[in-house]
Design a protein around this ligand. Sequence first.
Ligand code: NAD
Ligand code: UFG
Length: 338
Amino acid sequence: MNILVTGGAGYIGSHTCLELLELGCGVVVIDNLCNSSPESLRRVEELAGRSLTFYEGDIRDEALLRKIFANHAIDCVIHFGGLKAVGESVAKPLEYFDNNLNSTLALTRVMGEVGVKNLIFSSSATVYTAGSEMPLKETSPTGGCTNPYGWTKYMTEQILQALCVADPEWSVCLLRYFNPIGAHKSGFIGEDPQGVPNNLMPYITQVAVGRRECLRVFGNDYDTPDGTGVRDYIHVVDLAKGHVAAVAYTCAGKGCEVFNLGTGTGYSVLEMVNTFAQVNGVKVPYVITDRRPGDIATCYADPAKSEEKLLWKAEKTLADMCRDAWRWQKQNPMGYEK
Ligand code: NAD
Ligand code: UFG
């Protein structure tokens, strides 16, 4: 089976390419490297002992997409490619709407033309309406997003659902990720954020490795057991395996299905810091600061539907996530290529 992976050089994409190669799939990647390095794909090939085909280019380039589909008998597309920084999306909304919506429109247009109608899309727990009851089920209310990034995920879901209504030949899985962290157990590939990390785990690892002085914990007055924010952290390798399960599901059926990819368990910021420090034997200095605007107290998944229909379940523990994130950071203190 041949899979086209958009955004395959990125954090989640690279881990998924590795899983697919290890299963014997043919893997074709399109990525414009706007937030990644080709070194990730080189390392994926080295780990897998097999090669993939890489096209450096923009998903919005329909001529390039046509060429890729002409050159390879693609069975299914996994669409990771997109911009993902919440704060940046507030500052540059047009860039986010253009990149994230037009890439999906170009991709689905060309897929329709060439008759490849199996698609898996990287959505996010951010599409759920703030204030909904926990755990979040796929049927929980969506919308009311608080930033342009979130709206691009919500709108893309709408576009793909409408496409499946208009043409019943399409089979689409919308995968709503919770908080992916960690790295492949080799420590050879991992998350390599540009500039100051927005997310908790890369910030923790950069403090631990000495690149940053101190973690700021954004608020300890939330309505949670220790007052700090609670999230459903999922190991990126479990998440990658969720995509493998979704490929099988997508290729076997028709219509549009939504799945949560999370563990079902929430951990607080302080639990994350303490577990990381304890399992790795390192210090993570932190200070409590004000809340970060837009943050919610608690967010975790009900993963029952994925377990039942995708036959997939996250298996790795929080200790695994912390150990693997640290191994990657320690072995690559400045990330790829530096
Ligand atoms: P990432 O930035 O590491 O990977 C995205 C990749 O897409 C990058 O390699 C980037 O160069 C590429 N890209 C962006 N726009 C492109 C374009 N127009 N043409 C070609 N390539 C393009 O991000 P990630 O963490 O691996 O996330 C992958 C997907 O999952 C994204 O769509 C993201 O929004 C979604 N997601 C991520 C998280 C998370 O916390 N990491 C949570 C929920 C959803
Ligand atoms: N946090 C800190 N200090 C930091 C960074 C984060 O205390 O330096 C806290 C946050 O306040 C939050 C928790 O750690 O309580 C997790 O924050 P992240 O930024 O790692 O993750 P979020 O849940 O805020 O956001 C993530 C993705 C978004 C996505 C959202 C919902 O980054 O893209 O999950 O899926 F929209």
